[in-house]
Design a protein around this ligand. Structure first.
Ligand code: ADP
Ligand code: MG
Length: 281
């Protein structure tokens, strides 16, 4: 699904352990996310709300997927399930090959912390805390404590990756919205997850800043990180590689992105256009 067999094999080869006797079998268990007939019903008071209704979805390493759909279609519910923040009412979910329904709360929290980085619409940074300290935060929840100097180094490296190393000691109110979201992305990266989940990451940002964040995501994706992002903006989805559209809790389309946009190129064009306006005024 979503990738041709050659591309799958390519992903597999890059990962190293090649067994030519049974390549396809290995490749099939390679999925980062494997949802089979997933349902989520919210039981609230008198009514049951079926928010996700039989979703099957496979996402392979190196994919960059946009989950789309109108408000109430089940996007956030699905993301919470994928992120192990909630459990399905029915169906099977394998994360990196692990059947997460077999895990208890602690094991689930561990796996979430190791394998997944989260980015939210509202950035969710601690306000009295520097960019560096915000970025270090997920490491505080690791079972094996990372030494302080190593925490610092890893956080700085993550801030470098998002182009914010020079703002490490700034607090959120000293940063623009786009910069705050970069800190949030650095925080998501700091435990070196194989998967980044982002729910409407550009929802609070203007269009140029949104493209900058997509640039960061594209760069991370080029480095091999798998990304799944909720958005309701069509032009933002065009920076991803695959679009999955939900309606009433079901997948209605699942297609590769044609004529994919490159954030660097789009930003260059934007700056040129802005320059031209300046010169003519
Ligand atoms: P989206 O993110 O696409 O807007 P959601 O996943 O938030 O959609 O919601 C899907 C449906 O589930 C909606 O009808 C919503 O009202 C309902 N819903 C979401 N969260 C809860 C909850 N915690 N309790 C009850 N119903 C919920
Ligand atoms: Mg939502």
């Amino acid at each position: 699904m979503g990738m041709n067999p050659r591309a799958r094999l390519g992903t597999h080869l890059r990962r190293g352990s090649v067994d030519f006797s049974e390549p396809l079998k290995i490749v099939q268990t390679n999925a980062v996310i494997q949802l089979a007939e997933i349902h989520k019903i919210y039981h609230t008071g008198e009514v049951d709300v079926p928010a996700v209704r039989g979703v099957s979805l496979e996402i392979l390493p190196g994919e960059f997927v946009a989950i789309m759909g109108s408000s109430g279609s089940g996007k956030s519910t699905l993301m919470n399930l994928i992120g192990c923040l909630d459990r399905p009412t029915r169906g099977n979910y394998r994360l990196d090959g692990i059947d997460v329904s077999t895990l208890d709360r602690n094991a689930l929290a561990d796996i979430r912390n190791q394998k997944i980085g989260f980015v939210f619409q509202g950035f969710n940074l601690l306000s009295r805390t520097t960019a560096l300290e915000n970025t270090e935060m997920p490491m505080l929840y690791n079972r094996h404590r990372t030494p302080a100097h190593e925490q610092r180094e890893r956080a700085l490296r993550a801030l470098e990756l998002v182009g914010l190393a020079d703002r490490a000691d700034h607090k959120p109110n000293q940063l623009s919205g786009g910069q705050q979201q970069r800190v949030a992305v650095a925080r998501a990266l700091v435990n070196q997850p194989s998967l980044i989940l982002a729910d409407e990451p550009t929802g609070n940002l203007d269009s140029q800043t949104s493209i900058e964040i997509m640039g960061v995501f594209q760069k991370l994706n080029d480095q091999g990180i798998t990304l799944v992002m909720v958005t309701h903006e069509l032009d933002i989805a065009r920076y991803t590689k695959r679009t999955v559209v939900l309606r009433d809790g079901k997948i209605v389309t699942d297609e590769p992105v044609r004529e994919r946009l490159n954030a660097e190129t789009e930003l260059r064009h934007l700056r040129q256009a802005q320059q031209a306006i300046k010169l003519s005024s």
